[in-house]
Structures are given as structure tokens and as C-alpha cells.
Design a protein around this ligand. Structure first.
Ligand code: F3S
Length: 391
């Protein structure tokens, strides 16, 4: 791999151990994927912030980086952590809280923004064509496909290294030849709501592995529905982007697959693991809610009360919570909890006694049985709100 004089100095340790080890991570990664050089990035987004998924060994590495003078060189944001300061932190063990706070302190001292969201694009949308090093898979697919930015699906360590060096190896989806579609997907059904977009993502992720699809048959999708498609696609396969095309557009010769209504119904059915209709927790906000979603929830819940015995969590970023103050008040009057900084998947719902989770997110429905040891009920936002308020 070609390194500039400055990059070589970092590689040789002239700028300290923290920069050297991060440069070595990037060069090693680049060599694995035959990159010929490093490129500058506009931002980095690091996952693996929740102590639940992180554990102790990476915490030691973060401490070593900080002690050796590690500092971010670009805008660097963080994925959700394992609790919020207002509601969940009070319900979790002191020991877990202390360990999580320790991780956050290390990140913040290195200059990371305390964003704690999986939707960093709502804080500041990257420009089209900007090169990024993002590690949250749902945000990677959304950034490449909906925003038109360019990012590989980084792991936690490579995004961290990219944040500190300010560069990433030039391979994969940073090169236009690797952004071309390989499979034409024809949709023979009209997607009606976010759960169907999520189900399409799970269905395609299963079939396509890492082949980029061009999907024909999606009309006027909202960005929120494309967010669900992005999150679900990333959940099942290694796909980092999709393209959308009008059904009448001509597409050059590609492998072809068709998705019919029955494929989506089957996927939706499989995303529920129980026939119970009463969840302990109704969880909305995977990925974190947009302003539009918060407005819609406020409209649906206005004047209603969350039933006793059920919790309703709506997860979003601090940034969006602040912007939606008026709607948040309406939602909170119902007894629902607006939770920032975390989500049901990356907190310890099992320690809170939650055994059944209802959600409108295909990603959560897929992960909750293993990561939360919970049964899942997969349902639309409207059904989730009705269940939380009427049973
Ligand atoms: Fe975000 Fe948690 Fe879902 S981090 S993408 S809300 S699993």
C-alpha cells in the first residue's frame, strides 16, 4: 500500500503509539482488501459503545489509546450506549452503570461527540459523495443508498482507528466499480408500511448475501421506510447498499429475482416468535426515530394512556428529542417513555424482567430472541400503539 511521507511517519511511531496503532490497523485492513492508498474521510461513526456488547477487553484498549494521546481528527459520533440517564440508569445495577460510564468517559476524552445514536445522519446529513468510515450497519446502508455518501461497513475498531487517523483504506464501496448492482429485484407487491419494508430487507438479505440489488417496484417510499429497509438488509446479509429504479427503467443484464406478496407474508410471520398478544414492552425506534416518526406517534397516541403492565419505549437521539419538544410532551402524557442514548436491543431488558417485546422494527424482531432473550411480536406502528394503549 502506498503511504505518503506523513502517513509513513505515523506508521513508524513518530506521532505516538495511539496514532501508530490506529495507522497499523488501517494499513493491515487495506492490505487484506488490496487497497493501494488511504483516503481522507469527512466523518467516522463508532459502534460497540454499549458495555453490554463491548465487555472489558476493548475498554482496556480504549484506555491505552487515551493514555497514549489518542484524539479524533474528524467529526466522530458514537452509537447508542446501554442506558439513558433519566429512566433506565435508575433501574440498572451500580456496577454496570460504572463500567458503562467509564467507557463513555474514555470516548469523550478522545474527542468523540456524545451522540449515542444509530442515526447520525439526523444530526448532520453527510453530503452526496462524501467518504465516511461508519460502523453502524443500518446507517451504512442508509448513507450509501439514500444519502449517496460512500462508506464501507466498518467494524468498531476500524471506525475508531479511522476517527483517530482521519482516513480509511480505499477499497470496497469507496470505489465506484464496487457500487454497481449485481441483481435485479422485481417486486410483485406494493409495500404498504414500515414492517413490509423491513420484511423485504430481511427477505433480500437472506437471498443476496453481499450482492448489491437494484430494486424495481418501490414507489414514493418515505425516507423512514427506506431506513427500515436499510436496517433489515444489513441485519441479514453483508450488503452495504441498494439502488431503486422505476419499474419501467431499462436495466442491463443482471441476475434476476422476484419477490411476491407471499414471500413478505412468510417473512413477517417468521419475525414473530410467539402467538401471545400481550407484550411486556412495546418498543418503537429501531433505528432511532426521526422527527416525522415522533410526530406520527404523537398523533396516534394523543389522548390515550399506556395500559398498566405494559411499557412503551420510544427511542430517539437527544438531538431529535430536543427538536420535537411539543410532540414529546404529548407522548409522555400517555405514560410512554421517550428514551435517548440507547435502545431495547443494547440495554439489559432481561434484567428488567421483560420477556416479550412487540416492535415495528424487523431488525429488533430478528435480534431480540438472542440478544434480549425475549419472545417477539412483529407489528406495524399503529398496531404497536393500539396494543400499548388498549391491550
Ligand atoms: Fe439502533 Fe438499537 Fe436498532 S442501536 S439500529 S435502535 S438495535
Amino acid at each position: 500500500m502506498f503511504l505518503t511521507k506523513d502517513e509513513e511517519r505515523i506508521y513508524e511511531g513518530e506521532c505516538g503509539w495511539a496514532n501508530q496503532i490506529c495507522m497499523k490497523i488501517l494499513v493491515h485492513l487495506g492490505e487484506l482488501f488490496n487497497a493501494t492508498k488511504l483516503i481522507s474521510i469527512n466523518s467516522a461513526h463508532v459502534s460497540g459503545v454499549s458495555y453490554k456488547t463491548l465487555g472489558d477487553a476493548p475498554t482496556e484498549f480504549l484506555k491505552a489509546l487515551l493514555d497514549a494521546g489518542g484524539k479524533v481528527k474528524v467529526r466522530a459520533t458514537l452509537n447508542p450506549q446501554s442506558f439513558d440517564n433519566e429512566y433506565l440508569s435508575k433501574r440498572l445495577d451500580e456496577d454496570l452503570r460504572r463500567k458503562q460510564w467509564n467507557v463513555l468517559r474514555l470516548f469523550e476524552k478522545m474527542g468523540f461527540m456524545p451522540s449515542f445514536t444509530c442515526t447520525p445522519y439526523y444530526l448532520e446529513e453527510p453530503t452526496q459523495g462524501a467518504h465516511l468510515a461508519w460502523a453502524e450497519s443500518s446507517a451504512v446502508v442508509y448513507a450509501n443508498s439514500v444519502i449517496g455518501a460512500w462508506t464501507n461497513r466498518e467494524g468498531g475498531p476500524s471506525a475508531l482507528a479511522a476517527a483517530i487517523v482521519g482516513k480509511t483504506p480505499d477499497y470496497g464501496i469507496h470505489k465506484s466499480e464496487n457500487r454497481q448492482p449485481k441483481v435485479l429485484v422485481t417486486l410483485k407487491t406494493r409495500l404498504q408500511n414500515e414492517t413490509e419494508f423491513g420484511a423485504l430487507g430481511i427477505c433480500l438479505g437472506n437471498i443476496l448475501e453481499d450482492k448489491i440489488p437494484v430494486i424495481q417496484g418501490i414507489k414514493n417510499a418515505s425516507k423512514e421506510n427506506l431506513k427500515q429497509l436499510s436496517a433489515a438488509l444489513a441485519t441479514m446479509g453483508m450488503i452495504n447498499m441498494f439502488h431503486l429504479k422505476d419499474a419501467s427503467a431499462k436495466v442491463k443484464k443482471l441476475e434476476k429475482i422476484t419477490i411476491e406478496d407471499k414471500d413478505l407474508r412468510k417473512t413477517i410471520e417468521n419475525l414473530s416468535t410467539t402467538s401471545k398478544s400481550k407484550p411486556d414492552l412495546v418498543f418503537i425506534g429501531c433505528p432511532h426515530c426521526s422527527l416525522n416518526e415522533i410526530k406520527e406517534i404523537a398523533y396516534l397516541i394523543d389522548g390515550k394512556k399506556v395500559k398498566s403492565g405494559t411499557e412503551l419505549w420510544i427511542c430517539t437521539s437527544r438531538h431529535n428529542k430536543k427538536k420535537a419538544e411539543h410532540y414529546i410532551k404529548k407522548i409522555e402524557r400517555s405514560g410512554a417513555h421517550i428514551i435517548t442514548d440507547t435502545c431495547a436491543v443494547v440495554t439489559w431488558t432481561d434484567k428488567l424482567g421483560i420477556k416479550t417485546i412487540m416492535t415495528n422494527s424487523a431488525k429488533t424482531a430478528h435480534y431480540a430472541p438472542t440478544l434480549n432473550k425475549a419472545e417477539t411480536i412483529f407489528a406495524t406502528l399503529k398496531k404497536c400503539i393500539t396494543t400499548a394503549t388498549e391491550g
